[in-house]
Design a protein around this ligand. Structure first.
Ligand code: ZN
Length: 427
């Protein structure tokens, strides 16, 4: 009860419009497909008009293609607008940003292709909409966002950051794992014992499940939901997860710049969050229009994932009419294989983030062809000193369990689709 009050107070301060969005989404949950599409068209017209009138980037894009907002009169008309990429969002950042409406903004940041970050300002409405979408998904599992939960995210903080994060976690009745060693994992799984949900990187949840099973740690008893994000959930994860957590891992699919794209229902289908995004599948690639973020319009955006959409007439036992994504095939959340142990590929993110903190910014790609060996491809030239820093960071995470080869001055070819930071060729 107290946890709920604390959570609600924090939410009211940070996200004043969230409650309204949540009520809206619980109503639209029972809409027909036609009703959902009508709403999408309404929001699309609004978005296009805001973008055209306030964002230099979109104004140019429209004019170069002889378009004006009055040309968008149906969902099919969306195809008239050219597709944009993450490169556009990063390099034309300032020309895209809209700061017209006086509202509250949050800084959002996400990593780009081979490491460059995408930064933008997210207005309060879209941030609240996104959270409400997530909480609607939770409601399908009878989970309240303020219920006790374990979070597999960011276990790489300085003590000061840890303290701040800890404070935010307390407000959300959340605890997280900071370190991926056995002692920490044991503590973490003890806390999971009476938790209601766990969430975070799917590969990290999988690795934890494996340890819980192998080392006979305490198993959680009250879990209602195990939610994987940010990485592909491999079918082969599910056996270990079921064994450790008593249920399969469900998927929340989205990105900072797109908002939540889909959320898996209890009948096992990933329903598109149609009130928030328009999803197109073009040559098996997903193209997203974020309908709710007017402060940083994202229209016909190539996210870089491969997907397969279900046929429009596919029905789901849960009753939702929201269209279904059959499978996200593109994102790779692979495991790194050492000589003796396995590691989450998330470690690469931390290795290069730690280097960036020391002023060394690298574009990278890591390839694993053989267990126990890793190939690092770095775009930049590396001084002896910087190479040493990189080697030290790698050793911090993988100890001596992996032989590494660092290739510098590597030229990344521009290619279709996402430039993956880690490619595993181990099956
Ligand atoms: Zn369903």
């Amino acid at each position: 009860m107290l946890k709920k009050v604390i959570f609600k107070l924090g939410q009211k301060l940070r996200n004043p419009s969230l409650n309204n969005w949540f009520s809206f989404l619980k109503k639209s949950e029972s809409w027909t497909l036609k009703e959902l599409e009508n709403y999408q068209l309404l929001k699309l017209k609004e978005l296009v008009s805001v973008a055209y009138n306030n964002s230099k980037f979109y104004r140019n894009l429209f004019e170069e293609n002889g378009l004006s907002p009055s040309d968008i009169n149906s969902l099919a008309d969306l195809k008239k607008i050219p597709i944009i990429s993450k490169e556009d969002l990063i390099t034309k950042n300032k020309d895209i940003q809209v700061t017209l409406k006086a509202t509250k903004f949050f800084k959002a940041s996400t990593s780009g292709t081979t490491g460059q970050a995408l930064n933008f300002l997210k207005d309060e409405f879209s941030d609240s909409f996104n959270r409400a979408s997530m909480f609607r998904g939770y409601s399908w599992y009878k989970v309240n966002p303020w219920d006790k939960n374990g979070y597999f995210w960011g276990y790489n903080f300085s003590s000061k950051e840890k303290l701040k994060t800890r404070g935010l976690d307390v407000l959300q009745n959340r605890f997280r794992i900071f370190n991926f060693n056995d002692k920490q994992l044991k503590l973490f799984s003890n806390k999971l014992h009476d938790s209601v949900y766990v969430h975070g990187y799917s590969s990290a949840i999988y690795e934890t499940a494996k340890k819980i099973n192998r080392q006979h740690f305490n198993k959680p008893l009250n879990l209602k939901m195990v939610k994987g994000t940010s990485e592909k959930i491999y079918e082969r994860y599910q056996d270990e997860i079921k064994k450790a957590f008593g249920q399969k891992m469900i998927s929340e699919y989205g990105a900072a710049e797109t908002g939540i794209i889909a959320f898996e229902c209890p009948s096992g289908n990933m329903h598109i969050n149609m009130e928030g995004v328009i999803v197109e599948e073009i040559n098996e690639e997903i193209i997203i229009t974020n309908l709710q973020m007017q402060s940083f319009p994202v229209i016909r955006y190539r996210l870089g994932d491969y997907v397969k959409l279900a046929p429009e007439n596919k029905e789901c036992a849960c009753g939702l009419k929201h269209l279904i994504i059959e499978e996200v095939t593109g994102r790779i959340g692979a495991i790194v294989y050492g000589e003796k142990l396995t590691y989450p590929s998330l470690y690469f993110y931390y290795i290069f983030k730690n280097l960036a903190k020391q002023g060394v910014f690298l574009n990278y790609q890591i390839v694993q062809n053989i267990k126990g060996k890793l190939n690092f491809f770095i775009e930049q030239d590396l001084s002896m000193e910087h190479k040493k820093l990189l080697e030290n960071e790698i050793e911090r995470y993988f100890k001596k369990d992996l032989k590494i080869k660092i290739n510098t001055n590597f030229e990344f070819k521009t290619r279709e689709g996402k430039h993956k930071s880690f490619i595993s060729n181990i099956l």
